[in-house]
Design a protein around this ligand. Sequence first.
Ligand code: AMP
Length: 214
Amino acid sequence: MTMQSAKPRAKRILMIGAPGAGKGTQAGLIAEQFGIAHIASGDLLRRHITEGTTTGRTVEGYVNKGELVPDAIIMDMLRKPVMAASEAGGYVLDGFPRTVEQAEAAYRTAGSLGVGVQIAIHLDVPEDELIRRMLARARGADDTEDVIRHRINVYEQKTRPLLDYYAQRELLIQVNGARPVSEVTWSIVVQLQRAFKRPPALDQMQLTADRAVA
Ligand code: AMP
C-alpha cells in the first residue's frame, strides 16, 4: 500500500463542534451511512490512557484538564489510521483538526498526497445546551463542570477559527445540532450528497494539479 495510491474518490469528511455538540454520535452515523471509517482523536487518546501506553501516560494530564494535547503526538497517532481509511474509501474525522495550526499541518502532509479534507461539517449548538448535555453524560475525569466550561473556552478560542478557515475554502457545511439526533443526521446526509455531486473546490483542484505535475 503506497501513499500515492489513495483513491481520489474517497470521501473525506471532518466533524467540527464544541464538546457536547454530538460530534461523536453524528460522525459514527455518517460513517455508517457512507460505509467509511469513523476516526475519533478523543476516543483514540482515551484508549491509550486506559491501556496505559507510553502515549497514554504522556497525554493523560492534558485530557483530564481539558487542555489540547501537543500537535506532534496527535499527528503521529492519526497518520496511519487516516491513510488507511483514505485507501479504503474515506473517513469521518472527529476531533481533529482542533486548531488552524493542526489544519495547516495536516494540509501540508496529507493534502499533497490526496488525502486532505474534502468537506467540513459544523455542528452548531448553543452553550447552555452543550453544558446540559455534558453534565448529563459525565464520561470521565474531564466531565466536571469546571473542566467542561474550560473545554468550551478552549473550543471558542482555538477551534472556532477553523470554521472561517474552511468557509474561505468553500468546504464548510453548517448544521443546527440542537435538534433530535435523527433530524441532524438527515440534514447532514442531504447536504453531503449535494456536496459530493459538486465539482471539487478550488483547493482540491489545485492539489490534483500538483499531483499531476509531481
Ligand atoms: P474529544 O473526545 O474530541 O472531546 O477530546 C477529548 C480530549 O482529547 C480533548 O479535551 C483534548 O484534551 C484531547 N484531544 C482530542 N483531539 C485533540 C486534538 N486534535 N488536538 C489536541 N488535543 C485533542
